[in-house]
Write a protein that binds this ligand. Structure first.
Ligand code: MN
Length: 236
């Protein structure tokens, strides 16, 4: 049986930017769900469209901060390293995938890319911009749950997870601020930080601020997210 090809975007290694990297957790999660993981390196926008002709679905992975200039804001003192080439490529890739109605699972930075690609904005640094008691970057192990999120009724995320509240890991200091066009909020942390977004008029375009792929070894993890991505990709 032909397995649907799932593009998995490559990150730029902050410690050694001549290298691209990808955490095995993304690859394992897609493989476990029955998808065929295919790495997608950042090139130019025209290449993005051609790459999408060869895959059936897309995982936008985590990584460095998105350049605030791409959502019309000036640099913030707490901004981390930015890689404009990857940002521009993934924004082009995401827009084209939405146009084609290709299934997208957007994770952490990817969730932020989905928002920026549709005209939304970000908080460049949660601790200096959002008042709250939730630590979104507590330096835990990848698979440790750091805080709860409320999953909103009537959303695709709620349908997939089957729960109103779920514990998630958290490795981010940025967050979605103003929503992009066509997006709705699907999950929030107790401090109001947006932890899930989705495009209801697309087949499957869903962003989560946490890292569901890090739980692939756990039966109680987030396999249904990857299962749904692969199912939607295989029915195209
Ligand atoms: Mn968080």
């Amino acid at each position: 049986m032909r397995r649907p090809a799932i593009g998995v975007t490559l990150a730029v290694d902050e410690a050694d930017p001549v290298r691209f990297t990808v955490r095995q957790d993304y690859v394992r999660s897609v493989d476990q769900a029955g998808g065929l993981p295919m790495v997608v390196p950042p090139l130019d926008g025209e290449s993005a469209a051609q790459m999408l002709e060869r895959v059936d679905g897309l995982v936008l992975t985590g990584g460095s901060d998105v350049d605030p200039a791409l959502y019309s804001q000036s640099a913030h003192p707490k901004l981390g390293a930015v890689f404009r080439g990857r940002d521009e490529f993934e924004i082009a890739l995401c827009r084209e995938a939405l146009r084609r109605d290709l299934p997208i699972l957007a994770i952490c930075r990817g969730h932020q890319v989905l928002n920026v690609a549709t005209g939304g904005t970000l908080f460049p640094d949660i601790p200096s911009q959002v008042s709250g008691v939730v630590d979104h970057d507590p330096h835990t192990e990848r698979w440790e749950r750091a805080h709860d999120v409320q999953v909103l009724p009537g959303t695709r995320l709620r349908e997939i997870l089957g729960r109103d509240e779920v514990g998630v890991n958290s490795f981010h200091h940025q967050a979605v601020k103003d929503l992009g066009r066509g997006l709705v909020v699907s999950a929030r942390a107790a401090d109001g930080v947006i932890e899930g977004i989705e495009a209801p008029d697309r087949r499957f375009a869903l962003g989560v601020q946490w890292h569901p792929e890090s739980f692939w070894r756990e039966p109680e993890g987030f396999r249904p997210l990857f299962d749904t991505l692969v199912k939607e990709a295989s029915s195209r």
